[in-house]
Design a protein around this ligand. Structure first.
Ligand code: S3P
Length: 173
């Protein structure tokens, strides 16, 4: 794939795959503005994602994601986008994500996510009984949506953050 110079990069993947961390590193490396959709939604709502789920429900959060993606498509200039793990699930979001830039899917195994997030309380969908089982089933449900949206798929379980950045840079060149 030949990438147009100055084309934006969109990071997608399951919770805990490293989208936010890689977003920061990649935006620094490319010198592009970073747009982290979870953070933008939290800032706009004046609440954490966890609070939005608890007070307004998941559907309200999904609507906020779609509205935000629509607004982001109007912005000029190359950016790095890091989006929530559930964003590509809605069909409408998939075309919005693609229209934003080159979509890179940071793919992980369920066990990697579990190890990274087993003490995390900020992801409402992974709270409660059997988080590993929940990760496995949600990931299986979403795999096709992720793969279908992606221009590039990277298996990042065994990679260091530096290796992930280098691999993204190589793949989007
Ligand atoms: C979600 C992922 C979260 C956040 C919300 C829902 C999901 O973002 O958007 O908790 O449905 O996978 P991260 O992928 O950044 O954790």
């Amino acid at each position: 794939m030949r990438r147009e110079p100055g084309k934006s990069v969109v990071l997608i993947g399951f919770m805990g795959c490293g989208k936010s961390t890689m977003g920061i590193r990649l935006s620094y490396r490319l010198q592009y503005i970073l747009e982290d959709t979870d953070k933008l939604i939290e800032a706009g709502a004046g609440m954490s994602v966890r609070e939005i789920f608890a007070r307004e429900g998941e559907e309200a959060f999904r609507e906020m994601e779609t509205q935000l993606l629509c607004k982001l498509t109007e912005k000029k200039g190359p950016r790095v986008y890091s989006v929530g793990g559930g964003t590509p699930v809605r069909t409408a979001n998939r075309s919005l994500l693609k229209s934003l830039g080159t979509v890179v899917y940071l793919r992980t195994r369920p066990e990697t996510v579990y190890e990274r997030l087993k003490t995390d309380t900020s992801r409402p969908l992974l709270q409660g009984e059997d988080p590993l089982g929940k990760i496995r089933s949600l990931m299986a449900e979403r795999e096709q949506a992720y793969a279908e949206t992606a221009d590039v798929i990277l298996d990042v379980d065994e990679m260091s953050p530096d290796q992930v950045v280098e691999s993204i840079m190589w793949n989007i060149r």
